[in-house]
Write a protein that binds this ligand. Structure first.
Ligand code: NAI
Ligand code: CS2
Length: 488
């Protein structure tokens, strides 16, 4: 079978300019999803092109991803990223991945042993918000999650990411091997602390001595990651196949923009990612807060209200005057004033986000972004709302975003069509929706402490604002409610 590894590709395709035989699995990565392929792996590939070296990546997937990983092996671990922008498309073959392991194709013991190889210096993760098994409201490891409960019973056969990290670090300590850096690249505030809490939460339960060793020797740098990478579709794969002249089932399309801000705290070295444009800083929090509230907050707003109003993609929302204006005002009037960052032109940042959202080549589905709302609302909207509540300032669009989520998880769009809701709390949410009337819905959903904590449901200003926004959607539909919020 022909693959990208076996044919001559068109001259326009960028290819690795370094000796791949030198690569060793110094980075082990969890979550060979869309994002990692177009972000960390691509930037590592850029460093290899610029500087050479041996920083290869071993991709790990536990219980899914076996088909994708067999396909990756068939093409010698090469795959394509197609950057799609207003000025045309750039296909790039990524060569930084040199190995992959999957529990179905290989075995769980083989995966755990991979983390214990002496050259492994970094374990990075893009496992989505829910992969950390953290209670979003408390920030602590959720010991009741089935995978965590399983791993505490069977530490040598872990099924969760925190369980694997703890078992790997346990074995490295026992064998006198150096520790590695744990690098979370998920869209979570203070992601370094979140993964640290997950790992220490698990280790403390099994061995306080191991927890102490981890605390002393392992580093958990925080990161801000940014690049819009929609899930691959049949259409996007066919488009890339036409560009290459051969099919690449592991290929992914994305926007040209890329940003990575990393806390410079690595215990066992790192690639020179700054040579590829990454920003190595001491404090990531202001960057990550800016991105999560302005970009992701408005993304979620557009996802819930846009989906309800019949917009399938983010760029469709941007064609609508009311949605585009609402997204910009949400960023500048309601999110920007809550941020800590200094020295960044936030108006220019908002304008660049609106331009990125409008990219017609991306086709980023509102339904995809709407997924896992229970894990996303706290950092994308509720943290900013808490700042407004303390200042008694105005936040009508954020209120509409929360009410939009409530209307979305109620399960029917404005055209009366059922919604396929994906969320780790879907069963709980469904039970609440089934047993509450429209008038009771806001109060009933606010009882989800995992999302709203103990404070917000007791705050009359919060409850009133979200209830008013809910009523506006019920009366006017999502599109009408967005227009009406702009006049408030
Ligand atoms: P994806 O669905 O393509 O990949 C998710 C990966 O996580 C898969 O490899 C899956 O096997 C793994 N995973 C899911 N649940 C898991 C669990 N419970 N334990 C361990 N692994 C698990 O999603 P994509 O687009 O790669 O996004 C992943 C994360 O990357 C996002 O949740 C977000 O935090 C971050 N991100 C994504 C961006 C994007 O535009 N796609 C941009 C910036 C950040
Ligand atoms: C999106 C993000 O899926 C989502 O929830 O908001 O993945 C978004 O595309 C990225 O954070 C952009 O960097």
């Amino acid at each position: 079978m022909k693959t990208i590894a076996s044919v001559t590709l068109p001259a326009t395709v960028q290819q690795p300019q370094y000796d791949r035989a030198l690569l060793r699995s110094r980075i082990v990565h969890f979550g060979f999803g869309a994002f990692h392929r177009a972000h960390q792996a691509l930037l590592t590939d850029r460093v290899l092109n610029a500087k050479g070296g041996d920083w290869g990546i071993c991709e790990i997937s536990l219980f899914s991803g076996d088909v994708l990983m067999s396909q990756l092996r068939e093409q010698n671990h090469l795959y394509t990223v197609l950057e799609k922008g207003a000025n045309g498309n750039q296909p790039i073959i990524i060569g930084a991945v040199n190995e992959c392991l999957n529990a179905k194709l290989d075995s769980l013991p083989a995966i755990i042993e991979k983390f214990c190889e002496p050259q492994v210096a970094i374990v990075s993760l893009t496992i989505t918000e829910k992969g950390y098994c953290i209670d979003p409201a408390s920030g602590k490891l959720d010991l009741n999650q089935p995978r965590i409960a399983h791993d505490l019973q069977h530490p040598q056969e872990p099924h969760s990411a925190p369980g694997i990290l703890v078992e790997a670090l346990h074995r490295r300590r026992e064998r006198g091997l150096p520790p590695f850096t744990v690098l979370s690249c998920d869209n979570i505030p203070d992601n370094g602390h979140v993964v640290k809490n997950a790992v220490l939460g698990m280790a403390q339960t099994s061995s306080p001595e191991l927890a102490q060793w981890i605390e002393k020797h392992v580093s958990f740098p925080a990161t801000m990651v940014d690049r819009i990478v929609p899930a691959a579709t049949q259409e996007s794969l066919e488009e890339i196949g036409e560009v290459l002249g051969v099919s690449d089932p592991c290929a992914i399309s994305c926007e040209p923009f890329i940003q990575w801000v990393i806390e410079d705290n690595f215990v066992a070295g790192r690639p020179e990612w700054e040579a590829a444009g990454a920003q190595l800083v001491q404090d990531v929090q202001p960057w990550e807060q800016m991105k999560l509230r302005m970009l992701n907050g408005s993304h979620s707003f557009l996802a819930y209200l846009g989906y309800l109003a019949g917009f399938a993609h983010i760029n469709d929302c941007m064609q609508d005057d009311a949605f585009r204006e609402a997204a910009r005002r949400l960023m500048l009037d309601e999110q920007a004033p809550t941020l800590r960052i200094t020295g960044v032109d936030l108006t220019a940042y908002a304008d660049s986000l609106i331009e990125r959202f409008a990219n017609p080549a991306l086709k980023h589905r509102t339904w995809q972004i709407a997924m896992d709302g229970s894990q996303k609302l706290p950092q994308r909207m509720l943290e900013g709302i808490r700042v407004h509540l303390a200042r008694e300032s105005h936040w009508p669009l954020l209120a509409l975003g929360i009410a939009g989520w409530m209307r979305y998880v109620s399960g029917v769009d404005d055209a009366g069509q059922p919604i396929d809701i994906r969320d780790p709390l879907a069963d709980k949410i469904h039970a609440i929706v089934e047993t509450s009337s429209s008038e009771e819905r806001v109060t009933a959903l606010l009882a989800l402490k995992e999302i709203f904590g103990n404070d917000l449901p007791l705050n009359p200003a919060f409850v009133d604002a979200v209830s008013a926004a809910w009523q506006s959607i019920e009366a006017n539909g999502a599109h009408g409610a967005v227009k009406s919020a702009l006049n408030n």
